[in-house]
Design a protein around this ligand. Structure first.
Ligand code: F6R
Length: 365
């Protein structure tokens, strides 16, 4: 089953051009410049009434939810909250019959996510799932939802499920956006760049050798910061989580500008910062955050677009990714971070597919 790969994690990272394609298959309505889903089980009238969305999940799936918040608010203009399932299940936030809840989960068996979903259902809310495992508890109990079709994910560290979740959330934003403010032309543009994504991801994977080299220079350090802004802030959190869980290195993700409110105290010669800094958005602001780190002698590993001279000047290492529209950047920028965690863990002699203390699905509270 592993084919040419040494570990499931690496195999699953390299499956991403295909898994993203699978997440999109049959889900475009070209004439209407929108997405379509077979299983939401809600009428257009019901969907049009939604005035708030709650995304609930744990771990990596929660990070995908954060990307979803930015996407849904930008394209559908619906207020979104992203809740840790373990918190939501015991909280009592004011929700109305116009709130739509999505549980995001690879396994469909995470105990906290299931409990949060049941709590929302009990309150009579429309509760849907964005789920990978067909027929899992969450998929069965949800009122409807979106399957990821990513195939089994064996590596404990979630990789392809994350990019599939983000893909599903882009499509959901397109769909809900087209019911509201998003123009035909804007819808077309999103579809065009989504359709190019499998190829773009294949190109992104060409950074593998570069990442491996970077890993060989940094694997023996004990603290890392991951910094990004806007769509790349959740990517920073996800990159840090990947490194923590499989290499047991302490890593923290932050919105890059928050650094000066505390974490900057950690910067020194043995604490590298991984900056996610593709062009677009508030790129110049991220550059000035890099300058702040550089001034304090912190090593910088940058995930950036090709031929970025500004970044090359400031960073010690540059890992290049293809340039894509801002809202699709997480699909691209998360990939070198998955590979970085993989190679660092490997060099440290860790069991990348089965890290200590972790289980693939967390079925206890
Ligand atoms: C991280 C990881 C976990 C899961 C979390 C939720 O790599 O795998 O953080 O993302 O346990 O799992 P699911 O998505 O199955 O609900």
């Amino acid at each position: 089953e592993l084919g040419d790969f040494e570990h499931y994690m690496l195999k699953e990272i390299f499956e991403q051009p295909q898994t993203i394609e699978n997440a999109m298959r049959g889900r475009f309505d070209e004439d209407e410049a929108t997405a379509k889903f077979g299983g939401l089980n809600l009428t257009p009238q019901q969907l049009r009434r939604v005035d708030r969305i709650v995304l609930t999940a744990c771990g990596t799936s929660w990070h995908a939810g954060l990307v979803g918040e930015y996407l849904l608010e930008e394209f559908a203009r619906i207020p979104v909250e992203v809740e840790y399932a373990s918190e939501l299940r015991y909280r009592n936030p004011p929700l109305t019959d116009r709130t739509m809840v999505f549980a995001i989960t690879q396994s469909g068996e995470t105990a906290d996510t299931l409990a949060a979903m049941r709590e929302c259902k009990r309150k009579g809310l429309s509760t849907l799932a964005i789920c990978n495992v067909v027929g899992s508890s969450i998929a069965r109990e949800a009122d409807g939802g979106i399957y990821l079709h990513a195939g089994p994910e064996i590596g404990v560290a979630s990789t392809k499920a994350f990019t599939s979740q983000v893909t599903a959330l882009v499509m959901l934003s397109l769909f809900l956006g087209r019911m509201r403010h998003l123009s035909y032309q804007a819808g077309k543009r999103i579809i065009r760049s989504l359709k190019a994504m499998p190829e773009t991801i294949a190109k992104t994977l060409e950074c593998h050798d570069q990442v491996q080299e970077v890993a060989s220079r940094y694997w023996n350090l004990e603290n890392f910061l991951y910094l990004g802004r806007l769509y790349n802030f959740p990517v920073a959190l996800e990159g840090a989580l990947k490194l923590k869980e499989i290499s047991y290195i302490h890593a923290e993700g932050y919105p890059a500008a928050e650094m000066k409110h505390g974490p900057i105290a950690l910067i020194e010669e043995r604490t590298p910062s991984v900056f996610i800094v593709p062009r677009g958005g508030i790129y110049p602001k991220v550059i000035s955050n890099m300058e702040e780190v550089r001034a304090r002698k912190g090593p910088i590993i940058a995930i950036a677009c090709e031929d970025d001279e500004k970044v090359a000047e400031l960073a010690d290492e540059v890992i290049c990714v293809p340039e894509v529209e801002e809202h699709l950047q997480p699909l691209v920028t998360s990939i070198p971070l998955q590979l970085l965690a993989y190679h660092v863990a490997l060099l440290r002699g860790c069991n990348v597919d089965r890290p200590r203390n972790l289980a693939k699905s967390v079925t206890v509270e």
